[in-house]
Design a protein around this ligand. Structure first.
Ligand SMILES: O=c1ccn([C@@H]2O[C@H](COP(=O)(O)O)[C@@H](O)[C@H]2O)c(=O)[nH]1
Length: 240
């Protein structure tokens, strides 16, 4: 099947390869075009398959977002992002709630990699969390307020952008500027199940809201026909 894409949205889609082993991950990668999308390797696949899986995807021409969401003391976290940079990933992330000194240490550590360094972004509030979930961990205020505060902290530390939901994108683009990258999971085509995601938008809503990169997992990976699901998403974006 040929995936029909709009030129303007090439590589805005990051497919989350949330699989329990290498075979389904590589099978989907082999069906996708590295000129039309990027791939995300997260905790499950990385813990099972390790850095060699990342190299296998890179060997197929894909940019890889290593989504391990590091959250630790500055020394440990900055060493971890340097390891990701050694692996040659396109993007790596930490939790913004690790704080200013941790994020600054990571940014400084990546300076040694020059122009070849990965993009460094920070997770604000997980897209699976609602205001009630925040209250449950003792945080008053809306997700949008926390995302805005953590995004400001992230930009002040010199990082390239944040992971947030597309619902927060209009405010973040206005507050933080166009160059600050917004990476948005919680993308759900109108017909797709939300699953555990709370703060969701459709692909076209997310692009209109200002998302730079749409992270999409289950609506593609769990579809009966993942390539048809991909095609439907690109066709939706082509109407913009
Ligand atoms: O706030 C966040 C941060 C990361 N994720 C990750 O994105 C994908 C989303 O997958 P779906 O199947 O499309 O829900 C997944 O790998 C998460 O670990 C997130 O969802 N929210």
């Amino acid at each position: 099947m040929v995936v029909i894409v709009s030129e303007s949205f090439d590589k805005n889609i990051v497919v989350a390869l949330d699989f329990p082993s290498e075979n389904p991950a590589l099978a989907l990668a082999d069906a996708l075009d590295p000129d039309k999308c990027r791939l995300k390797v997260g905790k499950e696949l990385f813990t099972r398959c390790g850095p060699q899986l990342v190299r296998n995807l890179q060997g197929r021409g894909f940019d890889v977002f290593l989504d391990l969401k590091f959250h630790d003391i500055p020394n440990t976290t900055s060493a971890a992002v340097a390891a990701a940079a050694d692996l040659g990933v396109w993007m790596v992330n930490v939790h913004a709630s690790g704080g200013e000194r941790m994020m600054t240490a990571c940014r400084e550590r990546l300076e040694a990699f020059g122009a070849d360094r990965p993009l460094l972004i920070a997770v604000t509030v997980l897209t699976s969390m609602s205001g009630a979930d925040l209250a449950g961990i003792g945080l008053s205020g809306s997700p949008e307020e926390h995302v805005a505060r953590l995004a400001t902290l992230t930009r002040n530390c010199g990082l390239d952008g944040v992971v947030c939901s597309a619902q927060e994108a209009p405010k973040l683009k206005a507050d933080q500027g166009e160059a600050f990258k917004l990476v948005t999971p919680g993308i759900r085509p109108a017909s797709a199940d939300r699953g555990d995601q709370q703060r969701v938008m459709t692909p076209s809503e997310a692009i209109r809201a200002g998302s730079d990169y749409l992270v999409i997992g289950r609506p593609i990976t769990q579809a009966e026909d993942p390539l048809a699901a991909m095609e439907a998403i690109y066709n939706e974006l082509a109407t913009l």
